[in-house]
Write a protein that binds this ligand. Structure first.
Ligand code: EPZ
Length: 433
């Protein structure tokens, strides 16, 4: 088992380059299935969720060639299997994008119910609503979702909730459906726009991505394309918070400042200085951090995927901050771990009350999900003493060489492998006598 060991108290200084966006890449890679020709995808982050996508594509019969650390050539014309088995799907929530892509291309798909971060109930009713609206039928049995359609025809789809995954899946399924599909109450995240731009670069006809109404006119044929994934908004935000937590001064490169607006505004309220350039931002702190309230919301609101990271920063601010988590019902599971580091946080339902103590202390902690793990890294960087983080596989699902990037900024962080703990046997109380 791998873990991170962090010696806290070092300021982050220098420059860091952000990788491609995880939540765009895990949709764009399956989307290549829709093409009738090979595609080249660039700026792909080197993370385990992407490696699982590549494995699934190869398992289906696609030819995937690595053209360098972040570039893949994918030929989908050799695909001869239309199923994503449980062994892969359970490791990654985004496996459900293979449903939309396979249905959109072959009028059929068979994918295991998705896995992913344990954030509470993660239904897929809106995905199924989108698929059935354009003519698909589905069955759920033994944890597998089976989709079939005689023909896919454009239709109106109105989402009951704003959902990134279902918006992406609706686009994937409808892009070749005959006629016009209109998605209303669509999610507007940057990765939604990135997927639409990729599909349009293959010859699709999608308008309105990034607004709450997306119109898709089905096309017969999608040709190959070369496409670069956008920079990761959440990785950039995570580094912005890490610099603030260590009162550092860093130039964060390969970002789209517009995608970071809600994060930038919130950090400036907390007392962080931010200077924006065309494709980079400078982040530094030269004064106290102050309490601020945060409410998560769909884009362009404050991203839920930044909630645990900003909570960690607010532990270091002076005063009482309130965080309201409006997207996921169980996204405060990291709080217990931060409390082990001296955080004073009270959670009541979807609200967390943070009493800023101005400091944290190193401790052994465990990552319970991807962004919780990122928050613990930030806490360890800012804490006095040593922090050991277990279950870092969560972090490596979504961050491309986090420890290497942090070390290059001056952090004292290393990844060590330790033998998996044998199941601890309960003490034999007779022996105590
Ligand atoms: C995506 O998850 C992201 N994952 C999540 O990021 C992110 O937290 C989330 O969007 C919100 O931005 C990927 O893109 C792979 P949703 P997704 O569908 O698509 C409800 C990370 O850290 N809902 O937008 O699963 C749902 O319960 C991960 O990178 C339904 O009710 O999220 C939630 O309350 C964690 N029915 C809300 O919508 C559905 O059919 C938003 O979920 C689908 C969703």
């Amino acid at each position: 088992m791998d873990k991170f060991i962090i010696k806290g108290g070092r300021r982050l200084e220098g420059e860091v380059t952000i990788s491609g966006a995880k939540n765009a890449a895990v949709a764009i890679l399956p989307a290549v299935i829709l093409s009738d020709e090979p595609c080249v995808i660039e700026n792909v982050p080197y993370i385990s969720d992407v490696r699982i996508c590549i494995k699934i594509l190869r398992e289906m019969g696609a030819e995937v060639t690595s053209l360098g650390k972040d570039t893949y050539r994918i030929d989908p014309t050799t695909i001869n299997k239309f199923c994503v088995p449980y062994e892969y799907a359970r490791k990654m929530r985004a496996s459900y994008y293979f449903l939309g892509a396979l249905l959109g291309k072959y009028n059929k798909a068979r994918v295991s119910m998705p896995g992913g971060c344990p954030l509470g109930d993660r239904p897929i009713d809106q995905h199924l609503k989108a698929f059935t609206a354009i003519g698909a039928k589905y069955t759920l049995s033994q944890g597998m979702i089976d989709l079939t359609a005689d023909k896919l025809s454009g239709n109106q789809i109105f989402f009951d909730v704003v959902t990134v995954g279902a918006t992406m899946n609706a686009m994937l399924a409808a892009v070749k459906a005959e006629g016009l599909t209109v998605i209303e109450n669509a999610a507007k995240e940057p990765h939604i726009v990135d997927l639409a731009n990729f599909l349009n670069s293959m010859g699709a006809n999608i308008m309105g991505a990034g607004t709450d109404v997306i119109k898709i006119r089905g096309v017969e044929h999608l040709h190959g394309a070369t496409y670069a994934v956008i920079p990761d908004q959440i990785e950039a935000g995570t580094f912005m918070v890490a610099v603030a937590a260590t009162k550092g001064d860093v130039l964060i490169k390969n970002v789209i400042p517009k995608h970071l607006e809600s994060i930038t505004k919130k950090l400036e309220k907390i007392g962080v200085n931010i200077e924006q350039f065309d494709d980079s931002i400078r982040v530094w702190v030269d004064g106290p951090l102050v309490k601020t309230d945060v409410k998560t919301a769909p884009h362009p609101g404050f991203p839920t995927d930044m909630q645990s990271q900003i909570a960690t920063l607010l532990c270091l601010a002076e005063g009482t901050s309130i965080i309201t988590e409006n997207i996921w019902e169980q996204r405060f599971r990291y709080v217990d771990e931060l409390r082990r580091m001296g955080a004073d946080i009270t959670v009541n339902g979807k609200v967390a009350l943070i009493e800023g103590t101005g400091k944290l202390m190193g401790a052994p902690v465990k990552a319970c999900d991807l962004r919780a793990g990122a928050a613990l890294i930030i806490a360890g960087l800012a804490a006095s003493g040593v922090t050991e983080i277990e279950d870092i596989f969560h972090i490596e699902r979504g961050y491309d060489c986090m420890e290497g990037k942090l070390r290059a900024l001056g952090a004292d962080i290393e990844k060590v492998s330790v033998p998996d703990k044998a199941e601890e046997k309960p003490e034999n109380d007779k022996a105590a006598v």
